[in-house]
Design a protein around this ligand. Structure first.
Ligand code: GLN
Length: 543
């Protein structure tokens, strides 16, 4: 029978429920259990597809083409699984389903209400994941913070689930903040209040993860245990850490896997996997250090490119290197007279995905700089389109070449809207989304990376390389090393006369995992280290 774990958050948003959920999932998988994960988002958007990445972070794409919350990416990376569209749902999607059923007459004249109709729809979705994946344990993370206006229907649904399946098959994990005053004193009252709020809604947390910037004081643990009715051994510490991959190990040291198994009456089936431990060891003890620039639109340290950031790290793990990232706002580059100073300290350049015209010219000068100076370059989706546009303008002499997304009047639309996109008016869920196969050409950098003739990768875009320009660009030295099986779409472009300049129309970052670094990121960081060896060797120590 499937067991259910629910994760809620207290006091502040961004408390780390996603990484906690993912880390617990990892521990349970390492104990031999089949785990599935769901993220519930209490906002009214139907999915994350049209949400601003600056405000909300990256839109993560599943293999079946759902545009989901970035936590689904964290789950996939920690669990080493590919999840699907059902792994993330929102208030918006629940309500639209209920209203659709009401319009269809499915409720047979009943008054349609928050309880039971909305709560039933929420429960149905969680149970369905358990059935579909045949999971031993389904972990459901409730987005938002307890006390928000938006969360009560979800909290009520999970309260009812505990009644339906039995309290012994359910576990409530609350992640909450222990606030540290400037004088170093820890305060548990905000956490006590959030637990009390949860209790008012009918839920008694079984396990409390205290997020804290300093080790959890025993007196705080005892106080919370007494006042909130949580057994002291089930009050764990979630100390701030820079290395998120270490979090499952920190939890395991405190016995989280054992405590959860005990509470749910689960017998351990395997010994703790050492693969994750070895990966963290590698991550913490790199043999090399290097630095790359990511040149994009959103650079202020939010999570707009979280999968790219993680995939770069994975490429580093595969090369035993720590990779520092210098974030560069592409809009600042067009007025920059000297790119040498901008890129002085980096050994590689990555241009990630993006939409709209803003910042494009800065990405184009970046691509040109990387090409002319033989700096390893990886272009992802828009970054690939920039590689192509720059090459068209400056090598194939197609002056003013552009993407029609940027300039509809360009004389050379080397990147253009896909024909099937022309009639589409809605923005939500209408792009080329999800997995598509791609055939690789032998003797190319892409083939060398993947070592196989056919690959499948995740997409999220409306524009494509314009086939009218394929021959011109090819004869100028651009190699289309990956194409769709019917050859109608270019999926990878690389500059032949360059040590490593590769752009993919798809998003390889979505499939990269710490235990399985993506081949393109592995090769990119390999090339970055090669460039570093070559260039830094000529620099005297005084410099
Ligand atoms: N804006 C471009 C397109 O729609 C690139 C999209 C992306 O980078 N994800 O094709």
């Amino acid at each position: 029978m499937t067991k259910y774990i629910f994760v809620t958050g207290g006091v502040i948003s961004g408390i780390g429920k996603g990484i906690t959920t993912a880390s617990l999932g990892r521990l349970l998988i390492d104990r031999g259990f089949k785990v599935s994960v769901i993220k519930i988002d209490p906002y009214l958007n139907v999915d994350a597809g049209v949400m601003n990445p600056f405000q909300h972070g990256e839109v993560f794409v599943t293999h079946d083409g759902a545009e989901t919350d970035l936590d689904v990416g964290n789950y996939e990376r920690f669990l080493g699984l590919d999840l699907n569209q059902h792994a993330n749902f929102t208030t918006g999607s629940v309500y639209s389903e209920v209203i659709k059923k009401e319009r269809r007459g499915d409720y047979l004249g009943e008054t349609v209400q928050l309880i039971p109709h909305v709560t039933d729809e929420i429960k149905r979705r969680i149970y369905q994941i358990g059935k579909d994946t045949d999971a031993d344990i389904v972990i459901t993370e409730i987005g938002g913070t307890i006390g928000d206006f938006e969360t009560p229907p979800f909290v009520e649904a999970i309260r009812q689930m505990a009644v339906d399946v039995g309290r012994e098959n359910t576990m409530f994990l609350h992640v909450s903040l222990i606030y540290t005053l400037p004088n170093g004193e820890s305060k548990s009252k905000p956490t006590q209040h959030s637990i009390r709020k949860l209790q008012e809604l009918g839920i008694q947390p079984d396990l409390l993860l205290c997020r804290t910037s300093q080790p959890l004081d025993e007196s705080i643990r005892m106080k919370i245990a007494l006042l909130c009715g949580i057994s002291a051994e089930y009050i764990l510490e979630g100390l701030d850490t820079k290395c998120i991959d270490e979090i499952p190990l920190n939890f395991e040291k405190q016995g989280m896997g054992h405590l959860v198994s005990k509470k749910l009456g689960l017998e351990r089936r395997a010994t703790m996997d050492t693969e994750w431990v070895a990966m963290v060891e590698k991550l913490k003890n790199p043999k090399h250090n290097t630095r790359i620039a990511i040149v994009g639109k959103y650079t202020t340290g939010n999570d707009a490119y979280i999968s790219v950031q993680e995939a770069v790290k994975h490429g580093g793990i595969a090369n035993e290197a720590a990779v520092d990232i210098e974030w560069i706002d592409s809009e600042t580059l067009t007025e920059q007279p000297n790119l040498d100073t901008v890129f002085e300290h980096v050994d590689g350049i990555l241009v990630p995905g993006g939409f709209g015209y803003r910042g494009i010219e800065g990405m184009l000068v970046t691509a040109q700089y990387a090409r002319e100076n033989h700096i390893p370059y990886l272009g992802l989706c828009l970054g690939m389109q920039c590689l192509v546009i720059e090459f068209a303008r400056n090598v194939a002499t197609l002056k003013k070449a552009n993407s029609t997304e940027v300039d509809e009047e360009t004389p050379h639309p080397v990147i253009d809207l896909m024909p099937e996109q022309r009639a589409i008016a809605d923005l939500g869920a209408t792009m080329r989304l999800g997995l598509y196969p791609c055939v690789l050409k032998e003797n190319t950098k892409s083939y060398a990376a993947y070592q196989q003739p056919i690959i499948v990768e995740r997409h999220r875009h409306r524009y494509e390389l314009n086939n009218r320009y394929r021959a011109t660009l090819e004869s100028a030295g651009l190699c289309f090393s990956g194409v769709s099986p019917d050859e109608s779409l270019v999926e990878i472009a690389e500059v032949t006369e360059h040590p490593w300049m590769v752009g993919s129309q798809f998003h390889p970052e979505f499939q990269s995992k710490p235990l399985a670094p993506h081949p393109l990121f592995r090769e990119f960081i390999g090339a970055v280290l090669g460039y570093q060896r070559q260039t830094r060797a000529c620099v005297s120590p005084e410099n």
